[in-house]
Ligand binder design. Structure first.
Ligand code: UDP
Length: 443
């Protein structure tokens, strides 16, 4: 079996928006590596279908389906947490089996494992194969840091303010639930805890962020890990230039935005997984209607059904609802004034990359921590009053951005961060340098 050719094993975590950034990274790496480099992409069949239907794939990437851990029983397919837990229980043997097949089929041994950081067992696989393990952390530096501090946080909950880089307003309730779970034995907490214990073995940890966003946290991470490479925001890289052409605007969002005043529109989106509870959908709708503020809402069919009777008709002059929005194009559009978000990392970074301040309604995972960073550390937005949408709290959050000086300050702050992000991806910027470093490691 050949060892002279590069063969990179890509191991994806198939839930939420995890697999897409891994694919974006391969697409970015591929042109800079020898043309005969092989990429084998390991992911569940469902996630592969979803991400490869949206994105073109480089010719030298081969897609493999790994078992999702589901044993067909009475025809009901597990979803949500149950599906995640079944998948975790199936690791690592589900990956190992198909990885072996990929080596045999290609006749080329793996030269590197590039995996989602969640898949910490990659460290063991890489050790066995005697190849480097590069871990991709698909969220921000802050959430990576609190995972690495799991033991400290669990042993003394008063220590939060001593973790470098967080403002003193950080609370235990902002922590990812896995860090503070009652016990660490459940599939998710144990996966993330093992990740925290093993990440120092990675040749490098790659983040879709930029150093200038969290300099203190990054310095601290560098003292704990072998190499920390912030290479983002990936959305600002040249191959991903935004197309604001109304002709390729299937949802009609750009056409609609073109007719709105500068910075006047509220854009609402809660990512790929989260659905707002019905009472909150109603509260948001009532607030938008009462304020008569132009809005563009990414709301799936099941959410539309919950809207107050007659809402669509009464708001059609100033509102638009789509089931899936071209989020990057929208955030890049000058008509958008504020982004109402669930604080998934991609959404946060996209908001920053296009200089749009945020109203945060976080749900799970790293979202509460991201929301706290938005409000207290970066000061580029605010958390919704009381933690969930009520009509009055939503109206007053909107007032902050459209009627108060505070909104101007938050907007200036996010525009400042956007400039730093743009600097980071320039040819001599920090993310570009880190990317070159990553390329050398992969080679
Ligand atoms: N997104 C989009 N259109 C939508 C909703 C979401 O393009 O209508 C994209 C968004 O740009 C982001 C991703 O889906 O890149 C959501 O990722 P995030 O990390 O914010 O949240 P998650 O889906 O993981 O909860």
């Amino acid at each position: 079996m050949s060892t002279s050719q590069l063969h990179i094993a890509l191991l994806a975590f198939p839930f939420g928006s995890h697999a897409t950034p891994l694919l974006s990274l391969v697409q970015k790496l591929s042109p800079f590596l020898p043309s005969n480099t092989l990429f084998s992409f390991f992911n569940t069949s469902q996630s592969n279908t979803s991400i490869f239907s949206k994105s073109s794939k480089p010719q030298n990437i081969k897609i493999y389906n790994v078992w999702d851990g589901i044993i067909e029983t009475n025809g009901t397919t597990p979803i949500g947490r149950e599906a995640i837990e079944l998948f975790i229980k199936a690791t690592p043997s589900n990956f190992e089996k198909v990885m072996k097949e990929a080596e045999e089929e290609s006749g080329v041994k793996f030269s590197c494992i590039l995996s989602d950081a969640f898949l910490w067992f990659s460290s063991k696989l890489a050790e066995k194969m005697n190849v480097p393990w590069i871990a991709l952390w698909t969220a921000g530096s802050g959430s990576l840091s609190v995972h690495l501090y799991t033991d400290l946080i669990r042993s003394n909950k008063e220590t939060l303010s001593t973790i470098p880089g967080f403002s003193s307003t950080l609370r235990i309730s902002d922590m990812p639930p896995e860090v503070v779970a009652e016990n660490l034995e459940g599939p998710m907490p144990s996966m993330l805890y093992n990740m925290a214990l093993n990440l120092h073995k990675a040749t490098a940890v790659v983040l879709n962020s930029f150093e200038e966003l969290d300099p203190v946290i990054n310095n601290d991470l560098e003292s704990k890990l072998r190499k920390v490479l912030n290479i983002g925001p990936l959305v600002l890289q040249s191959s991903k230039k935004i197309d604001l052409d109304v002709n390729s605007d299937e949802s009609g969002c750009i056409f609609w935005l073109e007719k709105q005043k500068e910075k006047s529109v509220v854009y609402l989106s809660f990512g790929t997984v989260t659905t707002l509870p019905p009472n909150e959908i109603v509260a948001v709708a009532e607030a938008l209607e009462a304020k008569r503020v132009p809005f563009l809402w990414s709301l799936r069919e099941n959410g539309v059904k919950i809207l107050p009777k007659g809402f669509l008709e009464r708001t059609k002059e100033f509102g638009k609802i789509v089931s899936w929005a071209p989020q990057l194009e929208i955030l890049a559009h000058c008509s958008v004034g504020v982004f109402v978000t669930h604080c998934g990392w991609n959404s946060i970074l996209e908001g920053i990359s296009y200089g749009v301040p945020m109203i945060c309604r976080p749900f799970f995972g790293d979202q509460k921590l991201n929301s706290r960073m938005v409000e207290s550390v970066w000061q580029i937005g605010l958390q919704i009053d009381g933690g969930s949408f009520a009509k009055s709290g939503t109206m007053s959050a909107l007032d902050t951005f459209f009627n108060e000086d505070k909104g101007k300050v938050l907007r200036q702050n996010v525009e400042g961060l956007k400039e730093r992000a743009l600097e980071a991806v320039k040819s001599d910027g920090s993310s570009t340098k880190n990317f070159k470093n990553l390329m050398e490691l992969v080679k």
